[in-house]
Write a protein that binds this ligand. Structure first.
Ligand code: ARG
Length: 375
């Protein structure tokens, strides 16, 4: 959290935020059949499973569960849990013990922490018995799943809203991944993290208690993959503050997972070979106070799988506005970004509009920035 605050202090004016949105995440009760690999991590401590669940996890092999390192180690790097009473449970959406299977823990591992604690925030739990569920495939292929704008899902028993109660039954929510550059700007994401939520607006997110759980996406091969692990966030579901997920496909993380015996799929069916970089031009303009405003940009050359986002920046801070359109680019076509709310007076002055693009290989770049005059 401290790291996020530091990153945010420079990037964002917290006063400009709209505050916590309604629900964790804006999700709903999950269909348990859609999440066979969803695991709850808890302590057998005399309380109910629901009461003692503290993190989520994902079954990636019959005896292996992926979770977040911060679920199992404290900031000083010491184990945070009594391993002899640590349990993993699957097949129990209400965590009431009426259905499902629990397993004990024989080992926990995390990547060597080269950086401050928990980075990368991922861990593997080895169980004392096979779990009777279908494990999910793990993506080691950044070409598709972490494309900006790709749909992704997360699930857990965590808080239903930032200051709210824990879910009584497993919840899930559909998110969208944001471009790495946006994740870096907004929430200080590093190369081994991706952020996801509803870009700029908020309202959907994971929250406290969901940590360690899955972020899943679909490969070009139409199979579902684990692409990330719920790691961190600034509040929950706030505008401009998407949640942070540890990427399974970041090369050192994927290699480490393999070293732990986790099967990692390197090719999720993306097209071969490098794509053509898009050339994007922002046509500058004048925004007038009290009038709706739109920015247009023309894509000169692009592959069909390139995605663009426009961000507006004023005094070094991303600006809040109601709608952003993520478009699939077509060469020669002009796209418009419309601000549905009328341009507020506070926009007066100079505003930078930048187009950020991401191709299917996850290559992100700021394509073009222009200065708009606001009168
Ligand atoms: N660190 C939190 C936990 O221990 C999860 C944070 C996820 N937060 C978010 N806004 N996505 O459960």
């Amino acid at each position: 959290m401290r790291r996020l605050l530091t990153a945010l202090a420079g990037a964002l004016s917290l006063a400009a935020l709209t505050g916590p949105a309604t629900a964790v995440v804006g999700g709903g009760p999950a269909d348990p059949a859609a999440w066979p690999y969803m695991a709850a991590i808890y302590q057998q401590n005399g309380k109910t499973i629901w009461q003692s669940q503290f993190c989520g996890g994902t079954v990636v092999a019959p005896r292996l569960v992926v979770t977040a390192a911060h679920c199992l180690w404290n900031k000083a790097g010491a184990p945070a849990q009594d391993q002899s009473t640590l349990r993993v449970r699957v097949g129990d959406p209400k965590l009431d013990g009426t259905v499902g299977t629990s397993a004990g823990v024989v080992a926990i591992a995390r990547p060597p922490a080269a950086e401050p604690p928990y980075r990368p925030d991922i861990a593997v739990i080895t169980l004392d018995q096979d779990l009777p569920v279908q494990p999910i495939l793990v993506s080691g292929d950044s070409r598709w799943a972490l494309r900006a704008g790709a749909p992704a899902w997360t699930a857990g028993w965590g808080l239903l809203q930032e200051e709210g109660a824990s879910a009584e039954t497993l919840q899930d929510v559909k998110l969208r991944t944001l471009a790495p550059g946006m994740c870096k700007t907004l929430v200080g994401a590093t190369a081994f993290e991706v952020c996801a939520g509803e870009p700029l607006i908020g309202g959907t997110d994971s929250c406290q208690g969901d940590s360690g759980g899955p972020l899943t996406g679909w490969g070009y091969d139409k199979r579902e993959y684990l692409v990330g692990v719920v790691s961190n966030g600034f509040g929950c579901a706030r505008a401009f503050l998407p949640g942070l997920y540890t990427r399974t496909d970041f090369a050192p993380v994927a290699a480490w997972l393999e070293s732990q015996g986790v099967p990692v799929v390197r090719d999720t069916g993306g097209s071969a070979g490098p794509s053509t970089k898009p050339v994007v031009r922002v046509l500058g303009g004048t925004m007038r106070v009290g009038k709706p405003f739109r920015v247009s940009y023309t894509v000169r050359a692009a592959t069909t799988r390139t995605v663009e986002e426009i961000i507006l920046i004023k005094d070094g801070q991303p600006l809040d506005f109601d709608t952003t359109r993520l478009s699939r680019s077509r060469a020669g076509q002009t796209y418009y970004l419309e601000m549905e709310r009328r341009t507020p007076a506070s926009f007066q002055g100079k505003v930078g509009a930048c187009v950020v693009s991401v191709d299917e290989f996850g290559n992100t770049s700021v394509r073009r920035c222009t200065v708009l005059t606001v009168r």
